[in-house]
Design a protein around this ligand. Sequence first.
Ligand SMILES: [Zn+2]
Length: 193
Amino acid sequence: MAQLFFRYGAMNSGKSIEILKVAHNYEEQNKQVIILTSAIDDRSGVGVVASRIGLKREAHPIDAATNVFDLVSELNPKAACVLIDEAQFLQKHHVFECAQVVDELRIPVMAFGLKNDFRNELFEGSKYLLLYADKIEEMKTICWFCAKKAIMNLRVHDHQPVYAGEQIQIGGNEAYFPVCRHHYYFPPKDMLG
Ligand SMILES: [Zn+2]
């Protein structure tokens, strides 16, 4: 049975590399996959899934006007799997359309993304994926500053932690770190540089 999966993790938990790995595994068996990503994150060029270890490949960008169900129907209604990177940036309607892909086209959809923004609020895409996914899985990584599991994302600007502001600010001088709860509130001052 096709299912809607949401695999969430903090920054650097290997979400993009996992997408590339899953795609590779399907393709090795001559099964076709569709790779989608949010058009909001254009750090690697619009429509690219890029992992920090250097592997990358093209993806179809999703913007506000995209209907994911129509896009998948057009691209390949017989695809073996749909993989979505940066799923936290999806809007509510995109998540409904993903569910429609699963329920009507019977194609599994695996969405990967962050759960918490830097203010510790849910992203819109993550909120609706948590509500609508059949399977929810955590991808683990450790805190930037200690050996505990990272469950939050710390935004740093000019060596200072930032806890307020616009949810989405990509690029600029911001850096984001996967952190445990303690280090979210008390990051070591000398380590932020
Ligand atoms: Zn920590």
